[in-house]
Design a protein around this ligand. Structure first.
Ligand SMILES: C[S@@+](CC[C@H](N)C(=O)[O-])C[C@H]1O[C@@H](n2cnc3c(N)ncnc32)[C@H](O)[C@@H]1O
Length: 254
């Protein structure tokens, strides 16, 4: 599959979710597939979600909580890769306060429309959403304190470029706080070619050692897998597949 084909399939998948969400509630980053073990209703501490528009909490498609482990401080600039309906941007906005700034980047126009509608409902003046690809970020060099991402980098066909871009936009000393799907072992080329499963945050996932290796190659240091939640459903359903996890990873630009 070409990078362009992956992007198109992913954009179509998340565009359809965004358009259908007027009535339905998303269940996880993987839609109806019981594959990654993510359940959007239990990703965050309940108190964190108080006061957020229901359209933002319903459109939570992540696989963990990267905000809590980001140690955000008032005044910081935060970039969210693949911001979706904006839930992590709004949670981060409260932590950085009015002097801080949150930028959400997403390539799916229908998701950006939802995120901007949520921003309007909240009156969140310190949040902006930009259309773009996380492999070529529409963000200046050395301008961001924290790069966050929730269940998105596994979807990228060029993860090395994503980490290079994250490194480029971070200020020296800037931090990374990611929640993502990773594996132990690899999916076969045949499974990787299943574009629908890729778009559901399954077969685009790579081995956790390879994932952290790409971060190291991009220049990151202090790379830590903070926690890993096993998602046994997929392995149990189809023996021979790699173990699939939702992991939280932090790192720092020297
Ligand atoms: C599983 S959803 C996660 C959304 C959000 N982070 C959350 O926690 O609810 C993945 C999002 O990433 C976006 N996305 C996927 N690949 C992308 C890419 N290469 N560049 C920009 N956005 C991307 C999709 O459009 C979608 O909104």
């Amino acid at each position: 599959m070409s990078n362009q084909a992956v992007h198109e399939a992913v954009r179509e998948h998340y565009g359809a979710i965004a358009r259908s969400l007027d009535t339905a509630q998303a269940t996880s980053c993987c839609g109806d597939t019981p594959s990654c073990g993510c359940n959007s209703s239990s990703l965050y501490n309940v108190e964190m979600l108080e006061g957020l528009p229901v359209d933002a909490t319903n459109l939570s498609l992540g696989c963990g909580d990267p905000v809590t482990i980001a140690s955000l401080k008032p005044g910081e600039t935060v970039l969210d890769l693949g911001s979706g309906g904006g839930i992590d941007c709004f949670l981060a906005a409260r932590r950085v306060g009015e002097t801080g700034h949150i930028i959400g980047v997403d390539m799916t126009p229908d998701m950006l429309a939802k995120a901007n509608a949520n921003k309007h409902k909240m009156g969140a003046r310190n949040v902006e959403f930009r259309q773009g690809q996380i492999e070529a970020l529409p963000v200046e060099d050395n301008t961001v304190d924290v790069v966050m991402s929730n269940c998105v980098i596994n979807l990228s066909p060029d993860k090395a470029a994503v980490f290079r871009e994250a490194y480029r936009v971070l200020r020296p000393g800037g931090r990374v706080s990611i929640s993502d799907i990773v594996t132990e072992g690899e999916f076969s080329p045949e499974l990787r070619a299943q574009v629908d499963k890729w778009a559901e945050c399954v077969t685009g996932a790579i081995d956790v050692e390879q994932y952290t290796g790409l971060m190291r190659q991009a220049g990151f240091v202090d790379i830590q897998v903070v926690d890993k939640v096993t998602a046994d459903d997929l392995a149990a359903a189809q023996p021979g597949l790699p173990r699939v996890y939702s992991a939280r990873v932090t790192a720092r630009k020297p």
